[in-house]
Design a protein around this ligand. Structure first.
Ligand SMILES: [Zn+2]
Length: 288
């Protein structure tokens, strides 16, 4: 390769890394401003190339990062550039980069409503909002593991292969994307979905979409440029799914609602007389 081109490539990589450092700092400011993290919570990373990532340091407020605070590591977490310690939760980021070559950014935060669902042991897996179904399918719940350990990653591994946004039990949310903007927007989507679901439940419960409507939404994914989920992600729970589960195990209605009387919810698209009991407050207790 001509020397001039080598120099040009070197400058290009330098400029690219500088821009990515700037993007991480800007995204950290947004996470902090939106209340997705407080104090020194959360972490961000981007893939620089096949073998290196740029990651936020441990013990730093994401709202006040400077480009020079970030570290470059290899895919084993060995620091190649930077003077600080990388995020203690970097293992989770490394898991994504090792498992999925197409992933170029990972965001982890503790947005309060979505983390509330995670703390209650509840996935965001109901078919409620079209944009969530199109963009993410459903948002599963990874079992609890001590933050910053491979124990957490062990519970996350199978889900990370399939899903771009995952709740971490008693912990928070992790998202990934083909760039940092996409990964961050998925974080926003998860928190907004959790907020709307919580609101719907306080108003009597969400009306789940039927399977046929979910299929129509899935079919639109290419139109919105959603490629990573096509044909691979599990579909969210539709009204039929829950009715079918209830038919097989009628006692689950009682198990799902330890307090108060069961909700009566009208199925989407049914007549006003056709109502059905759906114990949606704790879907994990349906035996999933
Ligand atoms: Zn965390």
């Amino acid at each position: 390769m001509p020397k001039s081109l080598l120099v040009a490539n070197g400058i290009g990589q330098f400029e690219m890394e500088r821009e990515l450092r700037r993007q991480i700092c800007k995204t950290g400011q947004k996470m902090y401003a939106h209340g997705f993290v407080v104090a020194c919570e959360g972490n961000l990373s981007v893939r620089l190339d096949r073998d290196r990532i740029l990651v936020t340091p441990a013990g730093a407020c994401k709202g006040h990062l400077g480009p020079e605070d970030l570290l470059v590591t290899d895919l084993n977490g060995v620091v190649l550039c930077g003077t600080r310690r990388p995020s203690t939760e970097m293992l989770m980021h490394l898991l994504y980069y090792r498992l999925r070559p197409e992933v170029r950014a990972v965001c982890h935060a503790h947005p309060p409503i979505a983390t509330g669902f995670a703390a209650a042991g509840r996935a965001l897996e109901e078919a409620v909002l079209p944009e969530v179904i199109v963009g993410l399918g459903k948002i599963p719940l990874a079992p609890y593991g001590t933050p910053g350990t491979w124990e957490l990653c062990a519970g996350l591994e199978s889900l990370a292969m399939e899903f771009d946004a995952i709740l971490l039990e008693n912990h928070g949310v992790v998202t990934c994307g083909q760039d940092l903007t996409t990964a961050y927007q998925r974080l926003e989507t998860v928190e907004r979905f959790a907020t709307i679901l919580l609101t719907a439940e306080s108003l009597g419960g969400p009306r789940l979409l039927p399977h046929a409507e979910v299929q129509k939404l899935i079919a639109t994914r290419p139109r919105y440029g959603v490629s990573s989920l096509e044909g691979t992600a599990e579909l969210p729970l539709t009204c039929e799914t829950l009715v079918d589960r209830a038919d097989r195990n009628p006692s689950c209605f009682l198990a799902a609602r330890p307090r108060g009387r069961p909700a009566r919810r009208k199925l989407h698209g049914t007549s006003s007389q056709e109502t059905i009991r759906l114990g949606l407050d704790h879907p994990r207790q349906f035996g999933s």
